[in-house]
Write a protein that binds this ligand. Structure first.
Ligand SMILES: [Zn+2]
Length: 297
């Protein structure tokens, strides 16, 4: 079976990790007029029309930049991200600012933007050494932070989370609603992998904790993964078969949970009684794989 086709795993550049150890890399690239920079401000990226704005060094020289990150190269062009300090409006009135959920751009732009946002999120929340508390310094073109007091190196983190389409013996799908969600929204279950645990064990444990359903570990099947870098998740998608159907909700995590046949879910969506997850989500892809077609218009 092919893995799922997922929106945030598109890219068209080479990260060229071997170049990161060159201490002059970023300075040299900023002197090269062929270099292109992507601008980040908070969790948004600068866009121009239907593309991510990819600007020449001279176009952004006037901006206050907090961190510069080397993203990689494609077709002989090197790409950097410039992380701004809330000063995006100074970049000019022609630019829009777009978050990941609504970013619909070519593969090259998509891959650069996801990498840049993920790396920038890590820098924003890992400013100090976890061993001694000293402020750390950016090294290796943005791919390491080094503690000047004890010399330790700290690398960007990714936190795995499992997301799972659980079906019962009649092939009904389990959908639930989080307490903070709109009353018509439903999705598949998800949760973070805990230390010392495999993905498969997390699928079984989270399902039991959230809705009291027992999953047969032998049926847990990997379907694909995609980054969700706000702040640092890698969503790892599975499907699995439950051996029980009685639902006992963990009330602070799950407001509603139900089993759906394909006909029931299709009708609920068509009649506007139920909203599926957004198109950019792996949850939507898992639901549509089970459904055998699009979940809504
Ligand atoms: Zn330290």
């Amino acid at each position: 079976m092919h893995p799922l086709d997922l929106p945030f795993v598109r890219s068209a550049h080479d990260r060229a990790a071997h170049r990161r150890t060159d201490p002059r890399l970023v300075d040299d690239l900023l002197k090269d007029p062929a270099t292109r920079l992507l601008l980040l401000d908070g969790d948004t990226v600068a866009t121009a029309g239907s593309r991510v704005a990819l600007l020449a060094p001279d176009d952004v020289a006037h901006l206050a930049v907090r961190t510069r990150l080397f993203l990689g190269e494609a077709d002989g062009v090197a790409y950097l991200a410039a992380v701004l300090d809330g000063s995006g409006s100074a970049a000019g009135p022609d630019l829009g600012w777009t978050g990941l959920r609504t970013l619909d751009v070519p593969d090259l732009d998509q891959g650069l933007a996801v990498e840049a946002i993920a790396l920038a999120q890590w820098h924003a929340s890992h400013t100090h050494c976890p061993r001694c508390g000293t402020p750390t310094e950016v090294a290796q073109a943005g791919w390491v932070r080094v503690c000047p007091a004890d010399g330790t190196h700290h690398f960007p983190r990714t936190d795995p989370a499992v997301i799972m389409a659980i079906t019962d013996a009649d092939d009904r799908l389990l959908l639930a609603r989080g307490p903070q969600w709109a009353t018509d929204r439903r999705s598949v279950l998800a949760g973070f992998v805990e230390p010392g645990e495999s993905h498969e064990q997390a699928v079984v444990r989270e399902t039991a904790e959230e809705v009291g359903v027992v999953v047969d570990p032998a049926t847990v099947e990997y379907r694909g993964s995609q980054p969700w870098p706000l702040p640092a998740s890698l969503m790892v998608g599975f499907r699995a078969r439950a051996t029980t159907t009685s639902l006992v909700r963990q009330e602070d995590e799950i407001a509603e949970a139900d089993w759906f046949t394909r006909a029931e879910l299709g009708a609920a969506i068509a009649e506007g009684r139920l909203s599926p997850p957004g198109r950019a989500s792996i949850a939507r892809a898992l639901i549509e794989e089970w459904l055998g077609g699009p979940a809504g218009a």
